[in-house]
Design a protein around this ligand. Structure first.
Ligand code: SIN
Length: 531
């Protein structure tokens, strides 16, 4: 029998849901650059949003998702995911995945920012991501091979460069392998590590986005970077996420003297949309004030939030006083590799799923607890597509069909800590045109064009990762510069309002020259950016 072979880059919730849903009869290989459980999915605390209560309905979840995304969401993606959510939870429950229950034995539903109903299903208090990922991993069959510490650094394309047939990987001992497959799926997560303050895992260095861009895939919406309001913050350093569910359970944001900072800012106060809360905290910190989460109202804090409790203990923060010092930090990329609703990119046989992909589900700002949901929904959808339409690629999967390799050598190294600090300041929570221009020029001084043509075979994993982070930073900054309005997570001090006309499908694709289409009022519509 001629099995199709699926190669998945990344091992988070979207990757595992895909692998599991492909069933027993398709050969699947998962390559992950670190250890299997090292990514962002296992760090996700809040939960999974699903309209499950008697008062709720997927149409309300749809509405909240669109409002958070400031209406530039892809309506079809939102409709699909919000409709699918209750069934996905039911399937997990039926398969034996345990979620927290109330005293009556029903699923306990939490509240998070910008949700009009309690609809956050959680597990182990704030261990939701970890528990679901471990549960799905246990369901994988022998047809799924897992290769840890394998760093995917280049997509292998056909000579015509229109079809992906494999990926080059580097092993821990520095050896290089070319892995060929019928379908290649990028599920490598986000790029939070390009910012100095982030909730993201150390592995979130934007590898998948860079791989895809270098190969000529279309990317979209990269200016929309979500900053989570509450990272644990001491001595000028972020230590990890303090879930929004903590505010959902009644915590409030206060200054050192006890002033409730969200009081007069938004009708939803501490549960206002994330960008509103992040921008407010940012303003206070800029003025030299410290901001705290006042958790005195929350009973049994360590039981409801064991992850947050341990995080505080590790960072030496004594929560018995009822105050946790916080600051906003990079949390999620709404944009990514542009895909349709079957996770297909513009390159044949190359797919993207999860945070690295951009279906348009999140618009310009993701609604809380829609990210694990996205991984579950689109992981399963892609599996269904592959099971139905997948065919073997035998005639293509051959080194003879590959496009030629690059030969440029690395000229200049980037200091990654400097890059992260600069991204936080210049392409961060509040953006200004002149700072974005300065940042873009600084990033381009490393010679982006030459870097993309480097022979990655000759570089170490660290050197390649630095280039990938630089490319991510440049893509985000370039996209942020083009968006001359404030929308969702994207705040421009020099253009503080939303444009009346909704812009859709902002795309970046690697080409030979720059084409920027402008609208009547000279606003940016679409760009094909060069390197
Ligand atoms: C959180 O627990 O606050 C994060 C959940 C999310 O980002 O959806």
């Amino acid at each position: 029998m001629n099995h199709i072979k699926v190669l998945i880059i990344g091992s988070g919730i979207a990757a595992l849901q895909l692998a599991k849903s492909l069933g027993r009869h398709i050969d699947v290989t998962i390559v992950t650059k670190s250890d299997f459980y090292d990514g962002n999915s296992c760090l996700a605390q809040g939960g999974v949003a699903a309209a499950l209560s008697a008062d709720d309905h997927p149409s309300k979840h749809y509405h909240d998702t669109m409002v958070a995304g400031r209406k530039v969401n892809n309506k079809k993606a939102v409709e699909f995911v919000t409709k699918e959510a209750p069934q996905l939870i039911e399937d997990l429950v039926r398969a034996g995945c345990e979620f927290d229950k109330d005293q009556a034995g029903s699923l306990e539903l939490g509240l998070e920012g910008a949700h009009s109903e309690k609809r956050i299903v959680h597990s182990g208090g704030d261990e939701t991501g970890k528990r679901i990922v471990h549960f799905i991993a246990k369901q994988l069959h022998d047809n799924v091979k897992i290769k840890e510490k394998m760093f995917a650094y280049e997509l292998i394309l056909t000579k015509q460069k229109d079809t992906c047939i494999g990926v080059k990987v580097k092993l821990a001992n520095g050896k290089i392998q070319s892995l060929f497959a019928d379908y290649i799926v990028i599920a490598s997560g986000g790029s939070g590590q390009i910012y100095s303050r982030t909730s993201n895992a150390a592995t979130a260095t934007g590898d998948g986005l860079a791989l895809a861009y270098i190969a000529g895939a279309e990317l979209a919406d990269l200016e929309f970077v979500q900053f989570h309001p509450t990272l644990l913050y001491t001595n000028g350093k972020a230590h990890g996420l303090i879930s929004e569910a903590v505010r959902g359970e009644g915590a409030t944001l206060i200054t050192k003297s006890g002033y409730p900072i969200m009081q007069n800012v938004h009708p939803l106060k501490d549960l206002a949309p994330r960008h509103v809360v992040s921008q407010t905290i940012h303003e206070y910190i800029q003025k030299g004030e410290q901001v705290f989460l006042d958790i005195r109202n929350i009973k049994n804090f360590s039981l409801r939030f064991p992850t947050v409790y341990t995080l505080c203990q590790k960072a030496g923060v004594n929560i018995s006083h009822g105050k946790i010092p916080v600051a906003p930090g990079c949390h999620f990329f709404m944009g990514g590799i542009k895909t349709d609703l079957y996770c297909r990119t513009n390159i044949n046989r190359l797919f993207a799923v999860g945070e690295v992909a951009c279906t348009g589900l999140h618009g310009s700002n993701r609604l809380a607890s829609n990210s694990l949901l996205e991984g579950l929904a689109f992981g399963e959808r892609l599996a269904k597509w592959l099971c139905k339409y997948g065919t073997s690629n035998k005639e293509l999967n051959d080194a003879k069909n590959c496009s030629t390799i690059n030969h440029a050598v690395l000229q200049k190294h980037v200091n990654i800590n400097e890059l992260k600090t600069r991204m936080m300041e210049m392409t961060g929570i509040v953006r200004k045109k002149h700072q974005l221009i300065e940042q873009k020029e600084w990033l381009e001084s490393f010679g982006i064009e030459q870097l993309l043509d480097v022979n990655f075979d000759l570089l170490s994993v660290e050197e390649t990762t630095s280039i990938f982070m630089l490319v991510n930073a440049w893509l985000v900054t370039t996209s942020a510069l083009y968006r001359t309005e404030t929308r969702g997570s994207h705040y421009r001090l020099d253009c503080p309002h939303e444009n009346n006309e909704v812009w859709l499908n902002r795309q970046i694709v690697r080409q030979k020259k720059e084409i920027v289409k402008k609208g009547e009022n000279n606003e940016f519509i679409e760009a094909t950016v060069v390197t």
